[in-house]
Design a protein around this ligand. Structure first.
Ligand code: URP
Ligand code: ZN
Ligand code: ZN
Ligand code: ZN
Length: 478
């Protein structure tokens, strides 16, 4: 039987194996892996290239309402375009509940924002900010059963944060329904107190954003999140971990056999607190939370990535333009750091940065790279094995990488709608040269070959890693 497409002569890598094979695609799925497959209607010669599962970016913010006059620069078109050019074929942005409104309203609004735009497949995480009786008793369980099987909760930000009692109640629903909980772990009162002190002392430049969110505030919240999860007996995933102290808490919990998972992001490997300094307002470009730390902490984050404390590596793409009225300068260049929109772009540079500094510099094996960037996020969010691997039956979401291509990252070569990249000038080795989504070539050598709206919404299954320790039933693959 013939194939729609055969990718020949490449080196395939999954989270467990690296091998030479042709990949036969039929009906948007991988139909065969093997030597000398029969002809395809279309053929791609991948000699000298790596054939990797398309990246799964489990943490992006596209077109998310911010609660003030700022506006995210990327919507579902420009965000997924940037993702695709960076070798990512699945994204999970957040449908955020507005306090006083329902979760359902957030989901409906977010589907409207996506409609007609995505170039690649996408699922939604929920953000639970207002866990009323109605939300806990009805909406959240119903949405989980409809395929919104992961949600984020915040321990900081006034508009988003839950108190410990609320966190316990939400964790309890996650446990009984089998959903994955993502935790933003920073101590809100520590940050508020430090922010006020800094402001009284006139220390309001972007640099002091980092000072206001020290590692101990992250450590304390991480420990508290772990304790609350242990009390409820439910796995949680601590997102965007930045500091050595938080890593220590996570290792401690994992060492005790708790199902505590952790995510980190490029900004904690490639940026430091110094990037928040510099002339005038320039540091606002790197204002994100938690903030970048220093070289010693970067090293601990690397060790956690290579050694296993972290399960997933995501971008936390949160795009605001530097210039213009609705981005980082929404309240002017003299605005205190408290008023600078939090977040940095990175959906396109996530994979090349980790590939170059991780795989090409010998810090991690190619299988570990695939695990952190594709297979594990798919597992954590109930999309495996449809996404995140190269296997018979999986969607043909594939990135062909030229491992020898040298690229200097500049904002000019990127495809997001942000007017800067925090990684300007970094030279990387290795770049995705062709991206396929469900068998369609959507990017090739810098050209976009996909129509807006071709990306499909993915209802997610219940993630196996979200099962509580005390759960009696076996995890069966059928
Ligand atoms: O600064 C950040 N990370 N902004 C995005 C929102 C979040 O907390 O992930
Ligand atoms: Zn305002
Ligand atoms: Zn967060
Ligand atoms: Zn985020």
């Amino acid at each position: 039987m013939n194939f729609d497409l055969v990718i020949r002569n490449g080196t395939v890598a999954t989270a467990s194996d690296v091998f030479k094979a042709d990949v036969g695609v039929r009906g948007g799925r991988i139909a065969a892996l093997g030597d000398g497959l029969a002809a395809g209607r279309e053929e791609i010669d991948a000699a000298g290239l790596l054939v990797l599962p398309g990246g799964v970016d489990g943490h992006v913010h596209f077109d998310q309402p911010t609660g003030d006059e700022s506006v995210m620069a990327d919507d579902f078109l420009t965000g997924t375009r940037s993702a695709a050019f960076g070798g990512t074929t699945t994204v999970l942005p957040f449908a955020c509940q507005e306090k006083g409104k329902t979760l359902r309203a957030a989901v409906d609004d977010y589907h409207r924002r996506a409609a007609g735009k995505p170039l690649i497949d996408y699922a939604f995480h929920l953000i639970v900010t207002d866990p009323t009786e109605q939300v806990l008793g009805q909406e959240l369980p119903a949405l989980i059963r409809e395929g919104y099987t992961s949600f984020k909760i915040y321990m900081t930000y006034d508009a988003l944060k839950l108190n410990d009692r609320q966190i316990l109640e939400v964790l309890d629903i996650a446990r009984s329904e089998g959903a994955m909980v993502m935790m933003h772990a920073e101590n809100a009162d520590c940050i508020a107190w430090l922010t006020e002190k800094l402001e009284r002392a006139g220390q309001t430049a972007p640099y002091f954003h980092g000072v206001s969110r020290p590692r101990v505030a992250e450590r304390e919240a991480t420990h508290r999140a772990i304790s609350l999860a242990e009390l409820v007996d439910v796995p949680i995933l601590i997102v965007h971990v930045s500091g050595a102290d938080a890593v220590e808490q996570i290792r401690w919990a994992q060492g005790r056999g708790l199902r505590i998972y952790a995510e980190t992001c490029p900004q904690y490997l490639f940026l430091t607190a110094d990037d928040l300094g510099g002339d005038g307002f320039e540091g606002a470009k790197c204002v994100c939370s938690p903030p970048p730390r220093d070289a010693a902490n970067q090293k601990v984050i690397w060790d956690g990535l290579t050694g296993g404390a972290f399960q997933i590596f995501s971008s936390d793409h949160a795009p605001f333009r530097f210039d213009g009225p609705s981005g980082k300068k929404v309240h002017g260049e003299q605005a205190p750091f408290r008023c600078v929109p939090n977040g940095i772009p990175g959906v396109e540079t996530r994979l090349p940065l980790l590939f170059s500094e991780g795989v090409m510099k010998g810090r991690m094996e190619l299988t570990r790279f695939v695990e952190l960037t594709a297979a594990n996020p798919a597992r954590m969010y109930g999309l495996h094995p449809r996404k995140g691997t190269i296997a018979v039956g999986a969607d043909a979401d594939i990135a062909l990488w030229d491992p020898s291509r040298k690229v200097t990252i500049t904002n000019g070569i990127l495809h997001h709608n942000v007017d800067y990249t925090p990684y300007e000038g970094i030279e990387v080795t290795g770049w995705p040269v062709v991206t396929l989504s469900r068998g369609d070539v959507i990017c090739r050598d810098g050209a976009l070959l996909a129509e807006p709206g071709r990306g499909e919404f993915l209802p997610c299954g219940l993630p196996a890693p979200a099962r509580p320790k005390g759960s009696p039933a076996p995890v069966l693959p059928f």
